[in-house]
Design a protein around this ligand. Structure first.
Ligand SMILES: Nc1ncnc2c1ncn2[C@@H]1O[C@H](COP(=O)(O)OP(=O)(O)OP(=O)(O)O)[C@@H](O)[C@H]1O
Ligand SMILES: [Mg+2]
Length: 253
């Protein structure tokens, strides 16, 4: 059985200019499992998530040291193909961000960017991706409609379908349900549980019940540090650190 983590973070420091947002952070992300990052606002959850596919590179003044290995190779090594990295490690954001294009063109986007010209192949992948994101039945007869006209939860699942089309290995989700109502949230959670059969998922969530419901591993962060990381059941029922205990029992702040 393969036990190597898909992503292995060690001693990660990240600075926004003078401000140190991540301090010697360790994390091991296990393949085909869901890992949740929890902790109070401003503790560095999104920063850590964005570091995993170098999305922080887009912010001026960011400096990173330490290492993040993806399948054993350092993603910050010189010569890393960042576009390929972001395809392998895709991201879903807090607010659904479909492109102002048709439903079909949203899902086909990455394939076309990658130069896929075979219309039948594109069509097949669009269908497969929409099915995997549980959208095909609702949307198959209106693929030409603008994605922006869809309800928010379908927009969010369309963003998932857009990622799936380019076959990522890891899916990063930064509070993917925070703009959604409870029913839509439940649907995204079920979708995540379904997707973990094939993909590795890292989710940031403010909602501790959500982390407890869906994740296999959890990391509790505070002021840029990874206070405790481990199996979710342990983090929530028998945390080792007093600070984790205070947070998961709702005593924080
Ligand atoms: N682009 C940026 N420039 C400067 N500082 C930033 C930037 N982004 C985040 N920070 C700071 O880094 C720290 C960590 O922010 P981050 O957004 O990662 O926290 P978070 O845990 O995701 O918070 P939230 O739960 O509110 O989303 C905060 O102090 C924040 O102010
Ligand atoms: Mg955040």
């Amino acid at each position: 059985m393969k036990t190597e983590p898909v992503i292995s973070v060690s001693a990660l420091d990240l600075y926004y200019g003078e401000f140190q947002a991540l301090k010697q952070v360790p994390m091991e992300v296990k393949g085909r499992h869901i890992t949740a990052l929890i902790g109070p606002s401003g503790c560095g959850k999104s920063t850590l998530l964005r570091a995993l596919n170098r999305m922080n590179d887009l912010i001026a003044g960011v400096r990173v040291s330490g290492s993040i290995l993806l399948e054993g190779r350092d993603i910050y090594a010189p010569g890393t193909d960042v576009c390929l990295l972001r395809k392998r490690v895709g991201m879903v954001f807090q607010r659904p961000n479909p492109f102002p294009l048709s439903i079909y063109d949203n899902v086909a986007f990455g394939l076309r960017v990658a130069g896929m010209r075979d219309g039948n192949a594109v069509e097949e992948i669009v269908e497969r991706s929409l099915k995997a994101a549980w959208l095909w039945d609702q949307l198959k007869d209106k693929l030409g409609q603008s994605a922006l006209e869809l309800p928010l939860d379908q927009q969010q699942r369309l963003c998932v379908a857009r990622l799936l089309a380019v076959e990522p290995e890891v899916i990063l989700m930064d509070e993917p349900c925070s703009a959604l109502d409870p029913i839509a949230t439940a649907r995204i959670e079920e979708l995540m549980l379904d997707l973990k059969a094939k993909y590795t998922i890292v989710i940031v969530t403010h909602n501790m019940q959500q982390a407890a419901r869906i994740s296999d591993y959890s990391g509790y962060m505070l002021l840029g540090e990874m206070i405790e990381f481990g199996a979710t059941a342990g983090i929530f029922t028998s945390p080792k650190d007093k600070r984790t205990q205070d947070y998961v029992s709702g005593r924080y702040g």
